[in-house]
Design a protein around this ligand. Structure first.
Ligand code: ADP
Length: 187
């Protein structure tokens, strides 16, 4: 059972690292951003609810995200662990995750905090070319990160669950640091 959270600002490289790490750990990579983008392109009821928030770089309301995670963690492939990417993103989401995990008898093994400075992030995000990656929306996502998501660093640090990883190095170096950090948990 390996239950991991990959945490970091937009553009920190969570998606890239999560894809590699989920292979290493043999657990599903659960990205709330990917789930929302899929819902938007399918025009499902969830997608219709989420679209405006994604387009503006705002967070989708907590109860919508929490319901979606609830459903996702109940699926068969998530019973032996998971790697969450992009969730939780607010303190209420972190509390909701605690309650959910208690009810399904799971615990978080580690929260990997991929840290990168804002100057780096802006350049990376502008270079990525995703539909919601215009400069205004990116600036708004960074602001939302600092206001609503960054407080979770202290939340998980206080619980001794946080491991810092420098996300500004080249991809392979970041991957190696993450592997080093999770190795003791796999033994
Ligand atoms: P980024 O790479 O910019 O961090 P993500 O792919 O993780 O972006 O998320 C894209 C968008 O999906 C966010 O800007 C937000 O609108 C929505 N989203 C993703 N995860 C959450 C969440 N946990 N809570 C609220 N909104 C979310």
């Amino acid at each position: 059972m390996a239950c991991f959270i990959l945490f970091g600002p937009p553009g920190a490289g969570k998606g890239t690292q999560a894809a590699l790490l989920s292979g290493l750990l043999s657990v599903p990579h659960i990205s709330t951003g990917d789930l929302f983008r899929a819902a938007v392109s399918e025009k499902s009821p969830l997608g219709v609810k989420a679209q405006g928030y994604l387009d503006r770089g705002e967070l989708v309301p907590d109860e919508v995200v929490i319901d979606m995670i609830h459903v996702r963690l109940a699926q068969e492939d998530a019973q032996k662990g998971w790697l969450l990417d992009g969730f939780p993103r607010t303190v209420p989401q972190a509390h909701a995750l605690d309650a959910l995990l208690t009810s399904i008898d799971q615990t978080i093994d580690v929260v990997l905090n991929l840290s990168v400075s804002d100057e780096f992030l802006l350049d990376r995000l502008l270079g990525r070319g995703r539909k919601d990656d215009t400069e205004d929306v990116i600036r708004r996502r960074l602001q939302v990160y600092h206001e609503q998501t960054a407080p979770l660093i202290q939340f998980y640090r206080d619980r001794n669950q946080l491991t810092d990883v420098d996300g500004s190095s080249p991809v392979e170096v970041v991957t190696a640091s993450i592997e080093e950090a999770v190795k003791p948990l796999l033994a």
